[in-house]
Design a protein around this ligand. Structure first.
Ligand code: PMV
Length: 374
C-alpha cells in the first residue's frame, strides 16, 4: 500500500494505467447526511471553506446509490469517446431533471477520475427521507456517488490505501457540495484546516481526531419538519453573499475560535457549554443571512415558536436540549441518550404542533458511510 501525503489535491489526479478497463458491473454505497455544529458559510476557489466546520454524522437520514457501469471501449484501446454518458434514477424512476446538477459535478471531477469517460453509467439513488421534506439530499447524495466512483478507481488501482480512498472520496464529494465532504467517514467530522485539529484539511473531511466524551455517544437529533418546501435562497447564493458581507471577517474568526471551544467540549463532556455554543452557531448562521445584501430570512414563524418552547422547557426543567438549524426553516433538536425519554415526551406534546402535518424524523449520531456492494 502506498501512502500519499495530500498537499494541494494534485495528488488526487488519477494515475493508474490507462489501458486497464473494468468489465461491466456495479457498486453500491450508503452515505449519511450530517448536521453541522459549527457552520460552514462562505467559500472560495473550488469549494474551499472560509472557516473550519464540525458536524455530527446522522444515521436515519441517508442516501443509497448504486452506480452501474458498462464499458464502451475495447480492451487495450486508447481511444475514448471523451464524453459523459449517464442516466439518473431516483426510486427506480428516471429523473432527467437531476441530470444538469450531476453533469456539472461529473465535469468538475473529470480530471481526477478520467476513466469515467470509458463507461455508460446508470446512477440509481434512493433517499431514506422524502424528497419533499426540506432536508437537503446533496450531502448524502454526492457522498454516496463519490464513494461508488472511488470503488471503481480502487478496482483499477488496487494498491490504493484506505486512507487515500476515503480522502479522495471526501474530496470528490466536496466538489459536488461543500458539506458532502463531511458525509464520508466518522461520527464527528471536521472539514477545514485548523491548527488545533491534527490532520484537518480544507480539501476533505476527517474524523474528529480526539477521544469523544461518553456524553456525546449516541446523541439524538430529532428533525422537526417545519417547512417542506423548496428553499427560497439556495446555499450557493448564500455562500456567495459572504464575499461582500460586512461581518464576514469577524464571522470566520469566530467560527475558528468556536472550533477550538467545541473541540474541548467534545472531549470534556461539558453539556451546558455545548448547548450554548451550538445554539449561538445556528443563530449566527441565520444572522449572516439576515445581514447579507440582499438580505433574506429562511426561518419561519414556527421555527421561532419551537426555539422559544425549547428555551422555556430548558429553563423549567434544566434538561440538556438545544436546537440547531441548517440553511432552512426545519429545526434539529439535539439531546443526549440519557435524557431521551423526557425529551421525546416534550417533543411530542409541545413541538410537533409546529411541524407540517406533525412530520418529523427521529435521527441520531451515526458511524459514516457503508459499502453495500453485493
Ligand atoms: O454544502 P452546502 O453548499 O449546501 O452548504 C451547507 C451550509 C450549511 O448547511 C448551512 C452549513 C453546514 O456547514 O452544513
Amino acid at each position: 500500500m502506498h501512502k500519499t501525503k495530500i498537499l494541494d489535491g494534485n495528488e488526487f489526479i488519477y494515475k493508474a494505467p490507462d489501458t486497464k478497463i473494468l468489465s461491466d458491473g456495479s457498486f453500491t454505497w450508503k452515505a449519511p447526511s450530517n448536521i453541522a455544529l459549527v457552520k460552514y458559510w462562505g467559500k472560495h476557489g473550488m469549494q474551499l471553506p472560509k472557516n473550519t466546520s464540525i458536524s455530527f454524522t446522522l444515521d436515519a437520514c441517508h442516501t443509497i446509490t448504486t452506480l452501474e457501469f458498462r464499458n464502451h471501449t475495447k480492451v487495450g484501446s486508447i481511444s475514448h469517446k471523451n464524453e459523459l454518458n449517464f442516466n439518473v434514477y431516483v426510486d427506480d424512476q428516471r429523473q432527467d431533471d437531476f441530470k444538469p446538477k450531476i453533469a456539472a459535478f461529473l465535469t468538475r471531477i473529470k480530471n481526477y477520475v478520467p476513466f469515467l469517460d470509458d463507461y455508460d453509467l446508470n446512477i440509481k439513488t434512493h433517499n431514506s427521507f422524502p424528497h419533499s421534506s426540506g432536508i437537503a439530499s446533496s450531502a448524502s447524495g454526492m457522498a454516496a456517488l463519490a464513494l461508488c466512483i472511488m470503488s471503481m478507481e480502487k478496482e483499477l488501482n488496487p494498491s490504493m490505501s484506505d486512507e487515500f480512498f476515503y480522502q479522495k472520496a471526501s474530496w470528490l464529494a466536496r466538489l459536488g457540495s461543500g458539506s458532502a465532504a463531511r458525509s464520508i467517514k466518522g461520527s464527528i467530522v471536521v472539514w477545514g484546516e485548523h491548527p488545533g485539529l491534527k490532520g484537518s484539511s480544507d480539501l476533505f473531511g476527517v474524523e474528529f481526531p480526539h477521544e469523544v466524551h461518553t456524553n456525546f455517544h449516541n446523541f439524538h437529533d430529532t428533525i422537526l419538519l417545519v417547512d417542506k418546501g423548496q428553499k427560497q435562497v439556495s446555499s450557493t447564493v448564500g455562500h456567495n453573499l459572504m464575499h461582500e458581507h460586512p461581518f464576514a471577517g469577524q464571522r470566520f474568526d469566530q467560527a475558528n475560535e468556536n472550533i477550538s471551544k467545541l473541540s474541548a467540549i467534545l472531549q470534556n463532556g461539558d453539556l451546558k457549554a455545548f448547548v450554548a455554543l451550538v445554539e449561538s452557531e445556528a443563530l449566527t448562521l441565520h444572522a449572516m443571512m439576515m445581514t447579507s445584501n440582499p438580505y433574506f430570512i429562511l426561518m419561519k414563524p414556527n421555527t421561532l415558536s419551537i426555539i422559544n418552547k425549547i428555551w422555556d422547557f430548558r429553563k423549567k426543567t434544566g434538561a440538556t436540549i438545544c436546537f440547531t438549524l441548517d440553511a432552512g426553516a426545519n429545526v434539529h433538536v439535539l439531546y443526549p441518550e440519557k435524557e431521551k425519554k423526557s425529551i421525546h415526551k416534550f417533543i411530542t406534546t409541545e413541538l410537533l404542533q409546529f411541524c407540517q402535518n406533525r412530520h418529523y424524523i427521529s435521527d441520531r449520531i451515526g458511524a459514516g458511510a457503508k459499502n453495500l456492494t453485493k
